[in-house]
Design a protein around this ligand. Sequence first.
Ligand SMILES: [Zn+2]
Ligand SMILES: [Zn+2]
Length: 97
Amino acid sequence: MGAPVAAAAAAAWGTRVDELITPFSPSLARTTAAAAEDAADAMKSCCVCLDAPREFAFLPCGHRCVCHGCASATVAAGGATCPVCRAPVQGTLRIYG
Ligand SMILES: [Zn+2]
Ligand SMILES: [Zn+2]
């Protein structure tokens, strides 16, 4: 007598758990991935023009924070300071990868 009722309850519970898990997992994963991507983009963009990729480090402090154009402009201007730590810039170094 009790067996069919228990089986039905177990089936109903199983369905309910699936319904709870399915809508949450994809949306959570999407939000986390998007946030990580935004942060990664911000880390990779030149801190002067916020557009081109960071390819050059300032010397001697070693902060890789500028693109080719901004590195050239900074050195050409003379007497510039690193936008990250304000150390006097004496040169630039191209970073690969
Ligand atoms: Zn730049
Ligand atoms: Zn620096």
